[in-house]
Design a protein. Structure first.
Lengths: 136, 136
């Protein structure tokens, strides 16, 4: 089996690039700077479906993205989560939260409607993050 | 500075014990089997406040708890998250989710009212998890 991205994740995101383990996606939601990491291996649902060494690589990539997001947008708080109740394919959310954002202090999932970026804003954030992650 | 547990985390949980890095807490909410890990170091807010080696230990402990919870209650899905919008002290939620539980498929945070365990149920779950984690 080869890796393939769940079409629901593909539909709502921009593809930023690949890290050694994960596909890096930017959620197309202008309300929150929101990156999603998807380990590029088939049939994953939980962290514990990965072996210990690969979980460490995943943690390294979560940290790399967290540092890039923090440096780019200086959020109040990062939210890092692997939920998967709707899309079961293992994916990790890294969301920059700001005091007073639409869902603050609650979680972002299932709250209100996604607001797509306008093209210029998406391009700028894509470029900033891709550079910060050395993806370009 | 020494580690001290945020009093809001202490108030809502049972203390299960310690792993090498983390305090292990059981959320006193009978709606969901819900463990919280708190790294026992002062002044932590984000994963990236830990160095890379300690983040790997944290991931190992997340996996250990995830495996114990999965073996104990066989959930539909594990939810693993570090949010911290309300209590900023770094803490990691590991929540066993079941199709049809009160918040399903949404997130558990900020949804409805916590329902404390009755004493027998709490004691049994405490004991099961403590044994599974080799805390007793």
């Amino acid at each position: 089996m080869t890796f393939s991205l769940d079409p629901r994740l593909a539909a709502d995101t921009y593809h930023l690039g690949n890290l050694p383990l994960c596909r890096v996606l930017l959620m197309n939601d202008a309300r929150y700077p929101w990156v999603i990491l998807v380990p590029r291996k088939p049939d994953l649902r939980e962290f514990i479906d990965l072996d210990a060494a690969t979980r460490h690589i995943l943690m390294d990539e979560i940290a790399l993205v967290s540092q890039a997001v923090q440096a780019s947008v200086r959020p109040t708080k990062l939210n890092v989560a692997a939920l998967g109740n709707v899309v079961a394919q293992l994916h990790i959310h890294i969301v920059a939260r700001f005091e007073g954002d639409e869902a603050w202090p609650g979680p972002v999932w299932g709250k209100g409607e996604r607001r797509p970026y306008d093209a210029d804003a998406a391009q700028k954030l894509n470029l900033d993050l891709s550079r910060a992650l050395n993806l370009v």
